[in-house]
Design a protein around this ligand. Structure first.
Ligand code: ZN
Length: 112
């Protein structure tokens, strides 16, 4: 059996969006690559194969819909430590625990 390699045209775009980290309020920009192929399996509801222009429009729509997470990884970690410290501080008020949690809580609050 002979194998035939078929290559399809690729429509791609690199999208960049900027926003604000909800925790530290700094500006963040996120970048991602979108890639769609023009191929005979990519059809419209009426059964016709999508044209390059239609695939391009679809890609533009995907970019419009794309909602990146602007929260920094570092901020997510900091927030979870803060939350944990807060829970410890309020829900486990045994002396040692409270002392420790208070320290962590105040330290992180200052760092922020
Ligand atoms: Zn941040």
């Amino acid at each position: 059996m002979k194998a035939i390699k078929i290559s399809y045209e690729i429509v791609c775009a690199v999208a960049t969006k900027s926003g604000t980290c909800p925790i530290c309020n700094k500006n963040v920009s996120r970048k991602t690559k979108f890639e769609f192929t023009v191929n005979p399996f990519n059809k419209n509801s009426d059964g016709t194969v999508k044209t390059k222009k239609q695939v391009q429009e679809e890609l533009d729509n995907e970019i419009k819909k794309w909602l990146p997470d602007f929260t920094h990884e570092k901020c997510k970690t900091l927030k979870s430590i803060l939350d944990e410290a807060y829970i410890l501080k309020t829900e486990h008020p045994s002396k040692d625990c409270r002392h420790f949690a208070n320290n962590v809580y105040n330290f992180l609050k200052k760092e922020k």
